[in-house]
Design a protein around this ligand. Structure first.
Ligand code: FES
Ligand code: FES
Length: 169
């Protein structure tokens, strides 16, 4: 008897049906079934954060999540950030502040920051520093990642002021 099940996942706004064993992790399904290879796999046991995606807006370790657990949720991967060839503001900030070197950890940091800033648009730099400590980067020393996220948050706040008042604050 087959131990496979049909599940439905909504990833980056698109619905997918996949037939998988219940033990398959979300990160494996994203990478191998859906070919969304932007989400990386490092430690595979919840420590490094390279596999971070957003589940209903919350940064989540995709290596610790069974795909079958996240039916009927909104899953976002790093592929959702850019618009075609145009990088998102957060991605541009990482580039401008040299928030990456080898780039292996970067998709995880981007999705961690995307989820965090959505919930905490007024985050102080110390809070950003604390949040990024949950993911590993072996290259940058973290300071440039912190600066990139802080700069993106600042830009978004300024954009909000312009929208509300018609003039920069
Ligand atoms: S690969 Fe998921 S936390 Fe390291
Ligand atoms: S940029 Fe290389 S591990 Fe972070």
């Amino acid at each position: 008897m087959s131990n496979k099940h049909l599940i439905e996942l909504t990833v980056n706004g698109t619905e997918h049906e996949v037939v998988i064993e219940p033990r398959r992790t979300l990160v494996d399904v994203l990478r191998h079934n859906l070919r969304l290879t932007g989400t990386h796999v490092g430690c595979e046991h919840g420590v490094c954060g390279a596999c971070t995606v957003l589940i209903d807006g919350k940064p989540t370790r995709a290596c610790l999540t069974f795909a079958a657990q996240v039916e009927n949720t909104d899953i976002r991967t790093v592929e959702s950030l850019s618009n075609g060839d145009t990088l998102s503001d957060l991605q541009q900030a990482f580039s401008a502040h040299h928030g990456l070197q080898c780039g292996f950890c970067t998709p995880g940091f981007l999705m961690l920051a995307e989820g965090f800033l959505a919930e905490n648009p007024d985050a102080k730099i110390d809070e950003i520093r604390e949040v990024v400590a949950s993911n590993y980067c072996r290259c940058t020393g973290y300071q440039t990642i912190v600066e990139a996220i802080d700069s993106c948050a600042e830009q978004r706040r300024c954009a909000g002021c312009v929208k509300m008042n018609g003039v920069p604050q």
